[in-house]
Design a protein around this ligand. Structure first.
Ligand SMILES: Nc1nc2c(c(=O)[nH]1)N[C@H]1C(S)=C(S)[C@@H](COP(=O)(O)O)O[C@H]1N2
Ligand SMILES: [Mo]
Length: 356
C-alpha cells in the first residue's frame, strides 16, 4: 500500500476506486448548481444499508441530555438551505509524482449543491455540553479497514468549528432527499472544509473530553512532507479556479480543439478560506485578468470569464485564483498523501484556423 506508483500508469487499486467514485465532468462548471447526478462522489468503504424509518441519530457522550432523534424529528426543526462547493481533499492527487495509492483524482472531485438541513448548533445546544468537553466526534454507519485499522468512518470538530451557523445536519440535496451514495438519510455538511469533514450516513455525535485520535483524523488527511513527518491537518478548502473545457474534445484521448482568434474562457473559482477576489487567465504563460461574477452564496464557487486571442497552433491555457486572505494557487504541490493539490490548471488546446 505505501509503494509509490508509477507516475504514468494507474494501478488496479486506483482503477477499482476510480470506478466506484465518480468525478464531476468539468463541463458541469457551466452551472452554479451541479445536478446531483453530476456531483462528485467519494465513498471509502461500502455504501451502508440504512433504513430511514428506523434510523436514529444519537447525541451523547459528555452531554447533559443524551438525545435520540428520528428523521421526522430533524425535519420538524428549523431548516436552512445553503449552496456549498464541496471538494475532496485528494482532488489533484493523480497529478502528483510520486503519488499516494488512493482515489486517483485528476481535477474532477468537486461539485456545488444546494444542501438543506437543520443547523447542527441547535441540536447540540439541546443536548447541552458538560464542562470539560473539547470536541464532537461524528460517526457514519459505514465500516471498513484503512491503513490496517478497522473502523467506522469518523471525524471530529472542535466545539467552535461545530458551532458555525451554516454547519448542517443535511437531509436534502438540490431539493430532494439525499441519495444513498451521498449519505442518506442524514449527513453532516461543513461548508468551507474539504469533503472528508462532512460525514455521511451519520448515526452518532459524541462529546469527548480529549482530542479525537481516530484514523481519519490523526493518520489520514495530513499534509506530510515525508512518511515520518506527523504533518499538519487538512482542514479548509484551498483556493482554486477551474475552466469549462474550451472547444471540443477528441475521443478517447481528450485532446481539445478550438477555433483560432478571440476565445472566451470561463469557469468557476472557490476557496474555503476567504472569498475569491481575483482570477487570471493564462495563455502560454502570459496572464490577464478575468471578470468575476457574484457567487451564489458565501460557500459556493463564483463564475469568471476572460477573453484571449489565440494564433493558430498549440497553446496551453491556464487559470489562477486568489482569495481575500491573499492565498493564490501555486505551480506545483506535493505531499505524501496527495492532499490539497490546488496547483494551477493547465489545459493544452490546438487552435485551428478556417475550419467549420
Ligand atoms: N461516512 C462517510 N462519510 C464520508 C465519506 C465516507 O467514506 N464515509 N467520505 C468523505 C469524503 S473523503 C468526501 S470527499 C465526501 C464526499 O461527499 P459526496 O460523496 O457526497 O460528494 O464525503 C465524506 N464523508
Ligand atoms: Mo475526500
Amino acid at each position: 500500500m505505501d509503494v509509490p506508483q508509477s507516475p504514468d500508469r494507474f494501478s488496479l487499486v486506483e482503477l477499482q476506486n476510480a470506478f466506484r467514485n465518480r468525478g464531476m465532468p468539468l463541463e458541469a462548471l457551466r452551472s452554479d448548481i451541479t445536478p446531483t447526478g453530476l456531483h462528485y462522489l467519494l465513498v471509502h468503504f461500502d455504501i451502508p444499508e440504512v433504513d430511514a424509518d428506523s434510523w436514529r441519530l444519537r447525541i451523547d457522550g459528555h452531554v447533559d441530555t443524551p438525545l435520540s432523534l428520528s428523521l421526522a424529528d430533524l425535519l420538524a426543526r428549523p431548516s436552512r438551505s445553503v449552496p456549498v462547493t464541496l471538494e475532496c481533499a485528494g482532488n489533484g492527487r493523480g497529478r502528483m509524482a510520486p503519488r499516494a495509492e488512493s482515489q486517483p483524482w485528476l481535477l474532477e472531485a468537486i461539485g456545488t449543491a444546494d444542501w438543506t438541513g437543520t443547523p447542527l448548533r441547535g441540536v447540540l445546544a439541546e443536548a447541552g455540553l458538560r464542562d470539560g468537553a473539547v470536541e464532537w466526534v461524528f460517526t457514519g454507519a459505514d465500516h471498513g479497514m484503512q491503513g490496517g485499522v478497522e473502523q467506522d468512518y469518523q471525524r471530529a470538530l472542535t466545539l467552535a468549528e461545530a458551532d458555525g451557523e451554516d454547519v448542517l445536519l443535511a437531509y436534502a440535496m438540490n431539493g430532494r432527499p439525499l441519495e444513498p451514495q451521498h449519505g442518506a438519510p442524514v449527513r453532516l455538511l461543513v461548508p468551507g472544509w474539504y469533503g472528508m469533514t462532512s460525514v455521511k450516513w451519520l448515526t452518532r455525535i459524541e462529546a469527548v473530553t480529549e482530542p479525537f485520535g481516530g484514523y481519519q483524523q490523526a493518520e489520514a488527511y495530513r499534509y506530510q512532507s515525508d512518511p515520518e513527518d506527523p504533518g499538519e491537518p487538512v482542514t479548509r478548502i484551498r483556493v482554486r479556479a477551474l475552466m469549462v473545457p474550451p472547444g471540443f474534445p477528441d475521443f478517447p484521448d481528450r485532446q481539445r480543439y478550438v477555433d483560432a482568434g478571440p476565445v472566451t474562457i470561463r469557469g468557476r473559482a472557490w476557496s474555503g478560506q476567504a472569498p475569491v477576489v481575483r482570477v487570471e487567465v493564462g495563455v502560454d504563460g502570459q496572464w490577464c485578468e478575468a471578470r468575476l461574477e457574484a457567487a451564489p452564496g458565501r460557500y459556493a464557487w463564483r463564475a469568471w470569464s476572460g477573453e484571449v486571442d489565440l494564433a493558430p497552433g498549440p497553446h496551453v491555457l491556464a487559470c489562477r485564483a486568489t482569495d481575500a486572505a491573499g492565498n493564490t494557487q501555486p505551480e506545483e504541490v506535493w505531499n505524501v498523501q496527495g492532499m490539497g493539490n490546488n496547483a494551477v490548471q493547465q489545459v493544452p488546446v490546438l487552435a485551428r484556423s478556417g475550419v467549420r
